[in-house]
Design a protein around this ligand. Structure first.
Ligand code: SAH
Ligand code: F3S
Length: 463
């Protein structure tokens, strides 16, 4: 009765937090299982960034709560951002939930589950819902070692082919930027950074177990360590961290997400020229191309400044890949203002973009702004940008045909028939290979592409 399934909604931070919870539970003797239908404990790690994400998790929780009628011992927990955002009020809609644990209390989940199990084993009914959404000093330091010993690429019979090639490393929790639309400062709390030495030690131990690519994670990574470390020779703590990770033997590629445009000072831009492991891919959230909307959003840069950052990065790395986040239909966004977004979006020639229709988040400043935009207008603006993105992506893919890209082989693809890996520009590739190549960087000749995937042939003798 200790089989746990964790279902994760939302961003990479959530994925990472779920991995950490799974690792803690495993070390307490719980079994982490892949099947939601075949578990004794179901934990939903939730997202609040848009209303749709919350509704999805609530719908799911309502649906699985019925299982408690048949099996009173079944445990249902809600973790993460929506737990933090809504707390005990979730019980109005979901009275059967056993556990509501916020974003600073993930490390308490094993204790709470142990307590629930002990009560049940003693024949006591599972009583009141446990609700813990308190703040906890130092909680950013609890999201660390996470990869299961057996994590890695699996073969068709579930056998371990090779250790995991890439890993997320949490460097920071929370955000203090207070963008007017964003619930994250509420759900994730104050910006708190992990000590640089701890992060470097974690990356070293990941490298020792075969990890080749790390993605440094945080809500606003470019602000990493700003309260804990000083600039040295004009180099920010974040870039100092990149330098130290770059120096670790065995780590071959470095990525990070998410930065803030404000963080792209000269030290970071130049880092792309001198840190050879830092991949030429950057996610640079633009949100809007209108100065008036940016200001209303409390985003401290102009469209000109944004454009300048893109150009300075392309000057250092002409082959730089860009992705972005855009919100369409922010309160008061006029057709002309959207047109400015469209124009800047087109000019930046993104390889990938996440385009969001503005979603009212109660408790954020934008929720109370007048002039909310009708859904049909948001829908139209969304479609316009998606169309541009599709064309960009097709153009970029067409330019890659016939070229040779460095691909880091990650493991079998979904079908188990071929292999998958990514280019330094973060493009997913599918190709024929052998398990012994997992974890290696190999040349791939690009032969075909779909909107999001490249297909090709490895350029190796004997493969
Ligand atoms: N720095 C964080 C941002 C989290 S939110 C990170 O990427 O990890 C991710 C994106 O969701 C934002 O960049 C923004 O484009 C979008 N978003 C945030 N709040 C939103 C809202 N209320 N409506 C629509 N999109 C939103
Ligand atoms: Fe949200 Fe803005 Fe921070 S998007 S996570 S408040 S930088």
């Amino acid at each position: 009765m200790n089989r746990v399934h964790i279902k994760t909604y939302g961003c990479q931070m959530n994925e990472r937090d779920s991995e950490a919870v799974a690792a803690m539970l495993r070390s307490r003797g719980y079994r982490i299982v892949n099947s939601e239908d075949d578990c004794d404990i179901l934990l939903l790690n939730t997202c609040s960034v848009r209303d749709a994400a919350e509704q999805k998790a609530i719908g799911k929780a309502g649906f699985v709560a019925h299982r408690k009628k048949k099996d009173p011992d079944f445990v249902l927990g809600i973790l993460g951002c929506m737990a933090q955002n809504r707390g005990a009020s979730l019980l109005d809609q979901l009275p059967d939930v056993d556990l509501i644990v916020g974003t600073q209390k993930f490390h308490q989940v094993p204790d709470y589950l142990d307590n629930l199990r002990a009560a049940r084993d003693a024949g006591l009914p599972i009583g009141e819902t446990i609700v813990d959404i308190a703040e906890e000093a130092g909680s950013q330091n609890t999201i660390k070692d996470h990869l299961a010993p057996e994590a890695g690429a699996l073969g068709t019979d579930g056998e371990l082919l090779a250790p995991q090639v890439n890993a997320f490393v949490s460097i920071q929790q929370g955000c203090n930027m207070d963008c007017a639309f964003c619930i994250v400062p509420k759900t994730r709390g104050d910006e708190r950074s992990r000590p640089m030495d701890d992060i470097v030690a974690e990356c070293r131990s990941l490298a020792a177990r075969g990890v080749k690519e790390v993605t440094l994670l945080g809500q606003i990574v470019t602000s990493y360590g700003r309260r804990d470390y000083t600039h040295t020779d004009g180099i920010s703590p974040f870039v100092q961290l990149l330098e130290r990770v770059n120096a670790i033997d065995g780590i071959e590629r470095i990525r990070f997400t998410s930065p803030h445009p404000r963080g792209f000072k000269d030290d970071l831009v130049q880092a792309y020229g001198r840190l050879e492991k830092l991949c030429e891919y950057v996610h640079l959230p633009m949100q809007s191309g209108s100065d008036r909307i940016l200001k209303a959003m409390n985003r401290p840069y102009s469209r000109e400044r944004y454009r300048e950052i893109v150009e300075s990065l392309r000057a250092v790395r002409p082959d730089m890949y860009f992705s972005t986040d855009i919100i369409v239909g922010f309160p008061g966004e006029t057709d002309e203002e959207f047109e400015q977004t469209r124009e800047l979006f087109e000019a930046c020639n993104y390889d990938m973009a996440y385009i969001f229709k503005y979603s009212i988040r109660s408790g954020t400043p934008a929720a109370d702004m007048g002039d909310q935009i009708p859904d049909s207008v948001k829908e139209h603006r969304n479609a316009v940008l998606l169309d541009i993105l599709k064309k960009n992506s097709e153009r970029r893919n067409a330019a890659l045909l016939g070229t040779i890209e460095e691909v880091l082989v990650e493991g079998p693809d979904k079908t188990g028939q071929r292999f998958t890996g990514r280019t330094r520009g973060n493009r997913v590739c599918i190709f024929d290979a052998q398990a012994r190549l997992i974890g290696q960087r190999v040349p791939l000749k690009i032969e075909r592409s779909s909107v999001s995937t490249l297909y090709g042939e490895l350029q190796l003798a004997g493969v």
